[in-house]
Design a protein around this ligand. Sequence first.
Ligand code: C5P
Length: 227
Amino acid sequence: TNKITIAIDGFSSTGKSTVAKQLAKHLGYVYVDTGAMYRAVTYFAMEQGFVSSEIFNKSDLIAKLPEINISFKFNQQLGFAEVYLNNENIEKAIRSLDVSNLVSKVAAVSEVRKKLVEQQQKLGKDKGVVMDGRDIGTVVFPDAELKLFMTASAETRAERRFKELIGRGDNVSYQAVLKNVQERDYIDTHREDSPLVKAHDAIEIDNSNMSLEEQFQVILKLVNNKI
Ligand code: C5P
């Protein structure tokens, strides 16, 4: 069959990475979590003291960008690739609400986007890739054969993210998670560089009332029409 590029964009916590992982496994494709890359840069900036809820020292972060090396290594046990920052496994650390609360600020910086988009284009250059994010179908791979745009109500999404965080032992409140989801969506759709927007040729999937299996079957049909 024909190897294609699958671009999955959408708002926070719409289940993009869940379906992207399912598809990659089923098709034998590479899965690239671009949100993890923006989270990795945010984690770095937090460690260096460049960003917090009070400060954002953009120019220092920009100057240090060449020192940031992000890589993915497949974890057999988990069945997906984990993200590394300068060879340190930060997969768990980047999923915290602290990182979530700062990532959209960092992701709005053009220099950050330029660096990460270049790496994403390299990772996907041979096709056979499922990539999820906010600008994959619009900026990273505007020629992707299949573009999906995932949506669900903010409450549904916050509920899912809340369960995920509680499940990993984080002590967070539902209200704090809902606030984070809404704030990120606002920043992501209003930023100047590569705002989150549905590509004109993307297919919208509202999964508020779909089970994971239903969603996977719907999307698999769309994939099978392209390969
Ligand atoms: O997908 P995830 O929720 O992990 O993404 C975290 C944040 O990274 C998003 O809220 C957004 O600010 C940023 N992001 C982005 N472009 C992408 C992927 C993520 O700006 N392609």
